[in-house]
Design a protein around this ligand. Structure first.
Ligand code: SF4
Length: 275
C-alpha cells in the first residue's frame, strides 16, 4: 500500500517534469560476462613465440620503415619503389648515386672525419643484398665495406654457402665511418637512408641479409633485439629479409657461428638449396 503510494507520487513528479510515457525495458543481462580475447599483435607473435622456420611474417613494407626521420631541412627520401632495370642501367644509376654520396656532408661530424665514403660493392643484379652497420677503420681506408677481420669472416661464410663475394651486393646503413667505431646515431642513419633505399631499389634483390642489430633495427624500423629477429623472414619491398649476427660479434663470440650457419641454411633452404 505504502509502495503503491510512493509509486503514484513518483509518477506524478515525472508528469510534472513533462514525462508522458514510460517505455518497458527490453535489455536482457547475460548470466556471465565474457571478455573477448585480445588479439595478439603480429610483431609480438613474431618475437614472443617464434613461428616455425619458413614462415613469412607480414611486416608492412611500403613506405619503408625507418628508425630516424631525416633532419627537417633535408628532403624526404623518395618512397621505396624497386626498379627492374637492365644491368647497364643499374650500373649507371649506382654510379650516379655513388657520386652523390661522395659529396655528401649531411652528417657534419662524419663528413669532417672520414677518409672517404664507402658506398657499396658487388653484383648490381645480385639476388642477395647484405646490409652491415657502418665502415670501420679498414673500410674507411680502403673504401669498401666488410674488409678487415670481420670482412674476412664474411667472405668465409659466403664461400661456405658456395658463393663468391662478387655474387652478392654489399653495403651498410652508413656510408661514412663514425669516429671511434661508435654506433651510428638515429639522425645519421636517417640521413643515409635515402642512399640505402636507393641501392636496394636499383639492385632489387630477392633477399636482404641484415648483419647485426644496427642493420636489422634500422632497416625494419624496430627496437627488437637481434636474437629475437633471427630465424624468420620479414618483408621489405619485394625482398625477404633475414637478420643474423654481425661477423664482428662472431669474432668476439665464436660460439654464435653455429647460429649464423643455421640462419644461412634457412636462407638457402628458402631458395631450394640445401647447404
Ligand atoms: S653517413 Fe651517409 S648521410 Fe652521413 S655524411 Fe656520410 S654519406 Fe652522407
Amino acid at each position: 500500500m505504502q509502495s503503491s503510494r510512493a509509486l503514484r507520487q513518483h509518477l506524478e513528479s515525472l508528469r510534472a517534469a513533462g514525462v508522458t510515457h514510460l517505455v518497458r525495458a527490453t535489455v536482457s543481462i547475460p548470466a556471465t560476462v565474457v571478455t573477448p580475447a585480445r588479439p595478439e599483435p603480429v610483431a609480438e607473435v613474431a618475437t614472443e613465440s617464434r613461428p616455425p622456420r619458413g614462415t613469412l611474417l607480414p611486416v608492412e613494407p611500403v613506405p619503408m620503415p625507418r628508425v630516424a626521420k631525416p633532419a627537417p631541412t633535408l628532403p624526404e627520401p623518395v618512397p621505396f619503389q624497386a626498379l627492374d632495370l637492365p644491368k647497364p642501367e643499374r650500373v649507371a644509376q649506382l654510379q650516379v648515386l655513388q657520386q652523390k654520396v661522395a659529396k655528401c656532408v649531411r652528417c657534419d661530424e662524419l663528413a669532417r672525419t672520414r677518409t672517404q665514403t664507402v658506398f657499396g660493392v658487388g653484383n648490381p643484379e645480385a639476388k642477395i643484398l647484405f646490409v652491415g652497420e657502418a665502415p670501420g677503420a679498414d673500410e674507411d681506408k680502403q673504401g669498401e665495406p666488410f674488409v678487415g677481420r670481420a670482412g674476412q669472416l664474411l667472405n668465409d661464410i659466403i664461400k661456405a654457402c658456395h658463393l663468391q663475394r662478387e655474387d652478392i651486393y654489399i653495403c651498410n646503413v652508413l656510408r661514412c665511418r663514425p669516429p671511434g667505431n661508435r654506433l651510428p646515431s638515429p639522425e645519421e642513419a636517417g640521413h643515409c637512408r635515402e642512399y640505402l633505399d636507393g641501392q636496394i631499389a636499383i639492385v632489387n634483390p630477392e633477399y636482404i641479409v641484415c648483419w647485426g642489430s644496427c642493420a636489422a633495427q634500422n632497416l625494419l624500423g624496430t627496437t627488437m633485439p637481434i636474437g629475437k629477429l633471427r630465424g624468420q623472414f620479414f618483408q621489405y619491398g619485394r625482398a625477404k629479409v633475414l637478420c643474423t649476427y654481425h661477423p664482428s660479434y662472431l669474432l668476439r663470440n665464436p660460439a654464435a657461428k653455429k647460429d649464423v650457419w643455421s640462419d644461412m641454411k634457412f636462407l638457402f633452404q628458402d631458395q631450394g638449396i640445401k647447404l
